[in-house]
Design a protein around this ligand. Structure first.
Ligand code: ADP
Length: 338
């Protein structure tokens, strides 16, 4: 028992979730972290998966591990844990638990991301290969050469766009703090973003209507917020029929700046609204491809909002249009009283 005591003290110091069970599987010791899992000292351990791991450690006289979803401490929700059982002496076994839910979720996200990237890159790469091959066979037809060369150029620029957005998103996800933030007048930043989409709007004969409170000063990464707003504008234009109107408003709401982008475009069904902020999620993949979309634009907006302590939300009705609201926290010095 002396050994068990020392082991638990060490694990307590390391903030590890650990319990020591006696030969009848009663928990005689538990660290604070184990109690947070719902494992209480002086009670019998009841989780079947953990009991069989402990039995195995006892019978083989060696340390054993298992990883899986377990209802630890009688809780309703399963937790993904890595459990290790090691024999300690006559009948006693020490069991440690590591909550790997978050690590597993990250692993899954990473795996999905890599699978999605490979899929997204395959299409333009395949097209480039085919076009190059066709070009080789068309050397005696200058008109065809021109046509294929311009398609080649389009696919290459599409590929470049996807890669650029992937890099941007990875950078945003890796960042724990916003770099290069400086105070700026939010209305100016929004007007600047409007200029960036002016040509696109003109090409579809669309009006951009702004109603901006120009007294709001905010400390943000100028480039990131301009990217987020530009992405929202581009979507509003791309997912609307020609001749429509896109509205942008900026106002103060308590301690937040509220930026609202409204369109009267195709709209988004309720079941898709929760998913459009996921990487590569597109409601209508062919329409998105037509407009040069990558399915990454809103994921980028979401990360920029999160990195700034803000939020992005959507309200939309299919056939009527969509409203995206970006809220950004203001600091005490954000009122321009001059
Ligand atoms: P994409 O590059 O495909 O535009 P986004 O991440 O920006 O990717 O958007 C994801 C999907 O959400 C789009 O493919 C589109 O289906 C939908 N969407 C985004 N903005 C709008 C909008 N303003 N109106 C209608 N649908 C939209």
């Amino acid at each position: 028992m002396q050994t068990a005591q020392v082991a638990v003290e060490v694990l307590e110091a390391l903030q590890t979730a650990a319990v020591v069970v006696d030969d009848s599987n009663v928990m005689v010791q538990a660290t604070t972290a184990a109690e947070e899992f719902g494992l209480q000292p002086d009670r019998a351990l009841i989780e079947l998966e953990l009991l069989s791991l402990i039995d195995l450690a006892r019978s083989t006289k060696s340390s054993q591990r298992v990883e899986g979803a377990i209802n630890v401490g009688g809780r309703a929700a399963k937790v993904w844990v890595l459990a290790t059982a090691a024999p300690l002496g006559p009948g006693y076994v020490i069991l440690t638990l590591e909550d790997r839910t978050e690590a597993r979720r990250l692993d899954e996200t990473r795996r999905d991301f890599v699978a999605n990237i490979s899929h997204e890159l395959k299409t333009p790469i395949g097209a480039i290969g085919l076009l190059a091959e066709t070009l080789q066979g068309a050397t005696d037809d200058p008109e065809a050469v021109l046509k294929f060369a311009s398609s080649l150029q389009r696919e290459a620029s599409r590929l470049g766009h996807i890669v650029q957005e992937i890099i941007e998103l990875s950078r945003l996800q890796a960042a724990t703090e916003v770099k290069n933030s400086a105070q700026c007048r939010l209305a100016d930043l929004i007007s600047d973003s409007l200029e960036r989409v002016r040509i696109l709007a003109d090409s579809k004969n669309m009006r951009l209507v702004a109603d901006l409170d120009d007294s709001i000063l905010i400390e943000v990464s100028y480039e990131q917020i301009a990217t987020a707003i530009t992405n929202l504008f581009e979507n509003a234009i791309n997912y609307s029929d020609p001749g429509g109107q896109v509205g942008i408003s900026l106002k103060r709401a308590d301690n937040f700046a509220e930026i609202v982008v409204t369109d009267s475009g195709v709209g988004i069904a309720l079941e898709d609204q929760a998913r459009i902020f996921e990487r590569f999620y597109r409601v209508d993949a062919s329409r998105s491809r037509e407009t040069g979309g990558t399915g990454l634009g809103l994921a980028i907006v979401k990360h920029i909002a999160l990195n700034h302590g803000g939020e992005i939300s959507v309200f939309s009705k299919p056939g009527l249009g969509s409203t995206f609201t970006l809220t950004l926290p203001l600091t005490a010095s954000s009122e321009d009283n001059e």
